[in-house]
Write a protein that binds this ligand. Structure first.
Ligand SMILES: Cc1cc2nc3c(=O)[nH]c(=O)nc-3n(C[C@H](O)[C@H](O)[C@H](O)COP(=O)(O)OP(=O)(O)OC[C@H]3O[C@@H](n4cnc5c(N)ncnc54)[C@H](O)[C@@H]3O)c2cc1C
Length: 322
């Protein structure tokens, strides 16, 4: 017998800080949210050992612990957290319309509102030593982890605006920043290049790539290869930052939602509204600017409030016309 289609009020897709914060607010507002965790329960913060900048943790907290606590807080108010991956969506174009969602290619759900909090995935070089030392000195977030390398020598890989921005950020904290640029020029804007070049403690190395990250448990150095000459050189560093971009997790929303040229969901003005009525987006999936846990949580709160107001307006229209 075919499985029955489940009808729910609020579906939250994603279990990072945005999804769980949306869940806390939505469940307290009696929107009876069901949250699907996706392939990375707890989101990106589960890949980091120390979160030092989330308000409310004076001694810092490790990422996985913080995310378990957020989940518990959401469950305390009745959020139903389920393991599963949303694999397809069919969003309604009509105010008050029902959104159809497929989970794990089989289960069908109909939801009155949907909050998308699927995040973005940092790109890595994917060399074995880099993967082994993730969390041991290799990071994809200078703003998050730069502080741990205060007064030390670090390197950053990347050539775009974000890499230039993060190199400048690190230069304020660290003794020396070696910036590896694969080509013989930087992609970053002229203004950002100027900022990088004006800082004495940033050394930009063109035609240069990371060959191997050195160190057993933690980063101790980096072997750099010149991709023109093949020449290799080792430098001593304690931190390696990868700033080669992020990929928003929006493949399943293509053709359904308005996105920018890099695939981030576009939201309306200061709200979390997407171009589909009753569908809201929060966290890194709609924010390529700040990408922090606290900003993701903030927009998660906004999405739940937007969803609550949307449902209230739909209900009042229905009452007035009945
Ligand atoms: C190494 C590292 C260290 C960091 N350290 C800090 C820090 O110290 N402080 C800080 O503020 N920020 C830090 N950040 C950034 C922070 O992790 C992100 O800004 C934040 O996690 C974004 O939250 P989010 O909820 O938008 O998305 P994410 O945390 O990316 O979560 C996305 C969620 O969506 C789920 N998902 C995706 N697709 C689907 C689908 N189809 N169906 C169901 N679920 C799906 C995933 O499983 C995941 O649970 C760090 C990031 C990295 C990579």
């Amino acid at each position: 017998m075919a499985e029955q289609i489940e009808r729910i009020k609020t579906l939250i897709i994603g279990s990072g800080p945005a999804g769980y914060t949306a869940a806390i607010y939505a469940s307290r507002a009696d929107l009876k949210p069901v949250l699907y965790t996706g392939m990375e329960p707890g989101g990106q913060l589960t890949t980091t050992t120390e979160v030092d900048n989330f308000p409310g943790y004076p001694e810092g907290v490790d990422g996985p612990t913080m995310m378990v606590q957020l989940q518990q807080q959401a469950e305390r108010f009745g959020t139903e957290v389920r393991i599963g991956m949303v694999t397809a969506v069919d969003f309604s174009n009509v105010v008050g319309g029902i959104h159809k969602i497929t989970v794990d290619d089989s289960k069908q759900i109909e939801a009155e509102t949907v909050i998308i909090s699927t995040g973005a995935t940092a790109k890595y070089l994917n060399i074995p030593s880099e993967q082994r030392l993730r969390g041991g000195g290799v990071s994809a977030c200078a703003v998050c982890d730069g502080f741990f390398y205060k007064g030390q020598d670090v390197a950053i890989v990347g050539a775009g605006d974000t890499a230039a921005e993060e190199a400048s950020y690190l230069a304020n904290i660290c003794t020396k920043v070696t910036m590896l640029v694969r080509k013989d020029y930087m992609r970053a804007s002229k203004a950002m290049q100027h900022r990088v070049n004006s800082l004495d403690n940033i050394e930009v190395r063109y035609n240069s790539e990371a060959d191997e990250v050195l160190g057993d448990q933690v980063v101790e150095g980096l072997r750099i290869v010149n991709n023109q000459t093949g020449e290799k050189e080792e430098i001593a560093i304690t931190g390696l930052f990868i700033a080669i971009g992020h990929k928003p997790n929006t493949d399943i929303f293509k053709g359904q939602l308005e996105m920018d040229e890099t695939g981030y969901v576009i939201t309306e003005g200061k709200s979390t509204k997407t171009n589909k009525p009753g569908v809201f987006a929060s966290g890194d999936v709609q924010d390529k600017e700040y990408r922090q846990a606290v900003t993701a949580a903030g927009t998660g709160c906004m999405a739940a409030l937007d969803a609550e107001r949307y449902l209230a307006s739909v209900e009042s229209v229905a009452e007035a016309t009945s």
